[in-house]
Design a protein around this ligand. Sequence first.
Ligand code: SAH
Length: 218
Amino acid sequence: MNAHGIGMTSDRTRLRMIDRLRDRGIADERVLMAMAQVPRHLFVDEALAHRAYEDVSLPIKFGQTISQPYVVARMTEEVIKHQQPLKILELGTGSGYQAAVLGQLIEQVFSIERIDKLTRIARRRFIKLGYSNIRCKTADGFNGWPTEALFDVIICTAAPEEVPYNLLDQLEVGGKMILPVGDKKQQKLVAIVKEQHGYHEALLGEVFFVPLLEGVVR
Ligand code: SAH
């Protein structure tokens, strides 16, 4: 057993996951390297740890899910494309896995979760793994994190039905918001670049995320 709990095999299975991501078209070596570093099996319940390196989303507590590795990779590629962000805001901490991957690549990661128990579990993981550049809090992501704004990137790992354009106020000019938008039936991944006057929107394909909901759960 190593310090991360599951022994040699998890390092090897993690590298197999990286190979599969490469086969599926993830080309940015920085992203693949980051995902090779983060022990995904420590972000799921123990009973599911043996499936942690399959390319699937898995249930976490409170009816939420840890995103599929391929989707995490795609989102992360998009985050660092054309720029090296220094400060990022994530809405939807969940297990903390996406934040952990971002934390390998970006100096300062801020992450918001609406379900307090999930925030606490994720925070404990960040401390245990020594990820001191990630800060998280329980709040309604629809409000962003005004006291820490401006951000270079805002990434959303739950889907609002419509783009919350108010969050563009918390982005640097030239900064980017990446988010799924839609309902249970259909969602598209959107990238919005904030410009000096207005913004530019691009569609990145179909995805499926749990909904971004209002209010916090204590
Ligand atoms: N990034 C996560 C994915 C978690 S699923 C991971 O890597 O595991 C999305 C999460 O968004 C859920 O935990 C859900 O509770 C949370 N969420 C939904 N609406 C929210 C909101 N308004 N503010 C903050 N978090 C929200």
